[in-house]
Design a binder for this molecule. Sequence first.
Ligand code: CUA
Length: 175
Amino acid sequence: MSLSSPQQYWWDEPLDQHEKNWLWVAGIFCVIITLAMPYWHYTGDQNPSQEYTKITNEKFDALTDKFIGQYKVGEEAGIAVVAPPPNTNVFVRAHQFGWEPILKLQKGKTYKFHLGSTDMNHGFSIQPINMNFQVVPGWDNILNITPTTTGVFLIVCNEYCGLGHHTMIGKMYVD
Ligand code: CUA
């Protein structure tokens, strides 16, 4: 077999039936994948709606400090432990490389979480359950959380944020 140039102007040829079939398959697949996004948004168990509003670092810092001061019940390794009542605003601050405060929540109660960062992008990943949210500086990332199981949960940063990224672990108790 020798290498020769393909027939000239091959791109000008009409489509082969096989090519047409695969274009239909690819097109239909695109439509299914697109419809799957709103479908899972409304029916999925792990796709809670998240809102974002703009906020300055200073304001988020002040709200978090106020929240900690209001509901602080102790300290663990120098980090405040906070037990907010149900249906309150809960502020969690991400920074290189940690989470503040440590939360004590009650099973079956709803809390309005505000996730914020004062330096860079972090990821709020609740372990061992598989939930992950972006924490973007300059934005108040709001979501309603209702714990359905008791235990100790770790908050693992899931967005590379620097040399200490792998050490960025927080904690949450659910009683
Ligand atoms: Cu914070 Cu990775």
